[in-house]
Design a protein around this ligand. Structure first.
Ligand code: C2O
Length: 540
C-alpha cells in the first residue's frame, strides 16, 4: 500500500461560462477540482490551505473513515471550518473499498464548485471483477449558477424562500452544446472503435437528481457508491446527488459522435427546477470523422418519470450474496420531509402564506452548532453543544404520505444526535412525507455503507413490508433515494466510532434542516476506538 500526498489550495478563480465571467471558489484553480486516484488499502494525505474569503471544509464522500472521523469533513459536525488563511491536513486510509467516490466542500453551498472525483482502483495486481476496460473516464454531473452560490443560499435563508434554481447543468464542468456560449468548450470523450470504456458517473449537482443516457449505446452497470453490483444493462441511469454509478460502454456502433445527455428527474409536484439539458460528446477516435458530423441525441425520460427512476433503482443487487447483519439491536423509524415555520419577527418570508420553508427528520429540524463541532464537544465533554435525545421514531404517528393536516407542519429546530453502542445492528426505516410537497430524498449517511433491504410507495407497514426485504443480495450504498411518497429500509453495523451525519443530499433540504447525526461510542480496546484528534484540527 502507498501513501499519496496532495496539496489543495482553496481560492477564488475567475471562470467564464454562459457568456459571463465571475469568481468561483476552486481547488488549485481547477474546475472541477483535481481527480485523485489511489488503490484500495492506500493512505491519502491532503493538505488543504484556505486562501478564499469563506470558511471551508472538505468531505470525502463515501469514504468509511474507520476510526478517523476527524478527517470526515462536515463543518461543525466533525470539525470547525478552516477559516480564511487557515489550513488542515486530512489523513485517512481506504480499507476494503473499490470504485468511484468523490470529494466536495461541506460548508454552506461551496460544494457547488468545490468538488472532484476520488477513484479507488483494485489492489496492486488485482483485476476488476468484470471485463477489463481499455479506457476510463470520470463523468461528473454538476450545476452552474451565474450568481455566486453562497449569495443564492443567503438569499434563500434570509427570506425562508426556495432558492434560485441553477442556470445550467454541467458534465465535467461544461454546460455543453445546448447552452449559450458553450459549444466551443463541450466536454468530449475520445473513444476507440470496438473497445470497452469504463465511465464513472458522479452526481455532484446541488439540488437535482439526474437522468443520463448515451445516444446509440447501452450501459452495463457494474458498481455504485464504490461497491460492485450484479451487472445489468440499461439505456438510462438515474443518479441522486451524492450517488456514483460505474458503467461499461462498448463502442460497437458506426464511427461517429454521440451525445451523453443529462437532465433533471424532478419528482416533486409544482417545484421549480432547471429543465435544461447538458451534453458531452462520445467521439469515435478513428481519424475519420469530418467536423460537420453532428452528434446523435439520446432519448431521455420525461422530468417526472418516476416509473423509470423506480425501475432503475430496483435493478441493483450486490455482485455476490452477502452476510446480512443481524439480529437488529436498534429498530429506528425516521420520517424525512419538508415543513413550514412561522416567519421570524421583522422579516418578510418567502414561503407560502408568509411562512418560511423548513425540513426535518422525526420533526426535528437539524441546526448546526455555530461555534463548536459535535465531535469535539463529545470528545472533550463540552456540554450545551448538542443533546443525545434524537427520537427513534416520530413523536406522533399520522398518515405520512396522505393529506397531512397543517397542524403537523411545524418542525422543531434543535441539535440532537442518536447515540449508538459500538457494534449495534441498526435497521432504519426512512419514511418520506407529503408535508408541503412530496419529493424523492437522496439520503446520505457519513462513515458507513448500508444495505438497502427494500423500498416502496405509501406508508411503510411492518406487518406486510418486511416480507419484501432482500436478505440475500441487497445493494450496498452510501446514498439511498427514498422514493417520492414512499419509504426505504436500510441496515448497517455501527462499527465506526464518531459522529456521523445522515442527511438529504439536496443541499436546499440540508439548509432547511433535513439532517441528524449518529453518535457511535467507542468499543473495547484501542482498535475499536476513535483515534486522537490531529494536532492541526482547526480551532473552534
Ligand atoms: Cu456528500 Cu454530507 O455529503
Amino acid at each position: 500500500a502507498e501513501v499519496h500526498y496532495h496539496d489543495f489550495i482553496v481560492q477564488a478563480t475567475p471562470v467564464n461560462k454562459l457568456c459571463k465571467t465571475h469568481n468561483i471558489i476552486t481547488v488549485n484553480g481547477q474546475f472541477p477540482g483535481p481527480t485523485i486516484e489511489i488503490r484500495n488499502g492506500d493512505t491519502l494525505v491532503v493538505s488543504v490551505v484556505n486562501r478564499a474569503q469563506y470558511n471551508v471544509t472538505i468531505h470525502w464522500h463515501g469514504i468509511r473513515q474507520m476510526r478517523t472521523a476527524w478527517a470526515d469533513g462536515p463543518e461543525f459536525v466533525t470539525q470547525c471550518p478552516i477559516r480564511p488563511g487557515g489550513h488542515y491536513t486530512y489523513r485517512f486510509t481506504v480499507q476494503g473499498q473499490e470504485g468511484t467516490l468523490w470529494w466536495h466542500a461541506h460548508s454552506s453551498w461551496l460544494r457547488a464548485t468545490v468538488y472532484g472525483a476520488l477513484i479507488i482502483h483494485p489492489k496492486e495486481g488485482n483485476n476488476y471483477p468484470f471485463a477489463q476496460p481499455n479506457r476510463e473516464f470520470p463523468v461528473i454531473l454538476g450545476e452552474w449558477w451565474n450568481q455566486d452560490p453562497i449569495t443564492v443560499v443567503r438569499q434563500a435563508t434570509q427570506t425562508g424562500a426556495a432558492p434560485n434554481i441553477s442556470d445550467a447543468f454541467t458534465i465535467n464542468g461544461e454546460p455543453g452544446d445546448l447552452y449559450n456560449c458553450s459549444s466551443q468548450s463541450t466536454t468530449t470523450f475520445p473513444v476507440k472503435p470496438n473497445q470497452i470504456n469504463l465511465l464513472r458517473f458522479i452526481n455532484a449537482a446541488l439540488n437535482d437528481e439526474l437522468f443520463v443516457s448515451i445516444a446509440g449505446h447501452s450501459m452495463t452497470v457494474v458498481s455504485a457508491d464504490a461497491s460492485y453490483t450484479k451487472p445489468f444493462t440499461t439505456s438510462v441511469l438515474m443518479l441522486g446527488p451524492g450517488q456514483t454509478t460505474d458503467v461499461l460502454v462498448t463502442t460497437n456502433q458506426p464511427s461517429s459522435r454521440y451525445y451523453i445527455a443529462a437532465r433533471a428527474y424532478a419528482s416533486a409536484q409544482g417545484v421549480a427546477f432547471d429543465n435544461t439539458t447538458t451534453t458531452a460528446i462520445l467521439e469515435y477516435d478513428c481519424g475519420c470523422l469530418s467536423n460537420s458530423i453532428k452528434p446523435a441525441f439520446p432519448t431521455l425520460p420525461a422530468f417526472n418519470d418516476t416509473a423509470t427512476a423506480t425501475a432503475f433503482s430496483r435493478q441493483f443487487f450486490s455482485a455476490s450474496p452477502v452476510k446480512i447483519p443481524s439480529p437488529v439491536t436498534d429498530n429506528l423509524f425516521f420520517t424525512v420531509g419538508l415543513g413550514l415555520l412561522p416567519c421570524q419577527p421583522g422579516r418578510t418570508c418567502g414561503g407560502p402564506n408568509g411562512t418560511r420553508f423548513s425540513a426535518s427528520i422525526n420533526n426535528v429540524s437539524f441546526v448546526l452548532p455555530q461555534s463548536f463541532s459535535i465531535l469535539q464537544a463529545h470528545h472533550l465533554g463540552v456540554a450545551g453543544v448538542f443533546s443525545a435525545d434524537f427520537p427513534p421514531s416520530p413523536p406522533i404517528q399520522f398518515d405520512y404520505t396522505g393529506n397531512v393536516s397543517r397542524a403537523l407542519w411545524q418542525p422543531v429546530p434543535a441539535t440532537k444526535v442518536y447515540r449508538l453502542k459500538y457494534g449495534a445492528v441498526v435497521e432504519l426505516v426512512l419514511q418520506g412525507t407529503s408535508i408541503v410537497t412530496a419529493e424523492n430524498h437522496p439520503i446520505h449517511l457519513h462513515g458507513y455503507d448500508f444495505y438497502i433491504l427494500a423500498e416502496g410507495f405509501g406508508n411503510f407497514n411492518r406487518a406486510t413490508d418486511t416480507a419484501k426485504f432482500n436478505l440475500v443480495n441487497p445493494p450496498l450504498r452510501n446514498t439511498v433515494g427514498v422514493p417520492v411518497n414512499g419509504w426505504a429500509v436500510i441496515r448497517f453495523v455501527a462499527d465506526n466510532p464518531g459522529v456521523w451525519l445522515l442527511h438529504c443530499h439536496l443541499d436546499v433540504h440540508i439548509t432547511w434542516g433535513l439532517a441528524m447525526a449518529f453518535l457511535v461510542d467507542n468499543g473495547v480496546g484501542e482498535l475499536e476506538a476513535l483515534e486522537a484528534p490531529p494536532e492541526d484540527l482547526p480551532p473552534c
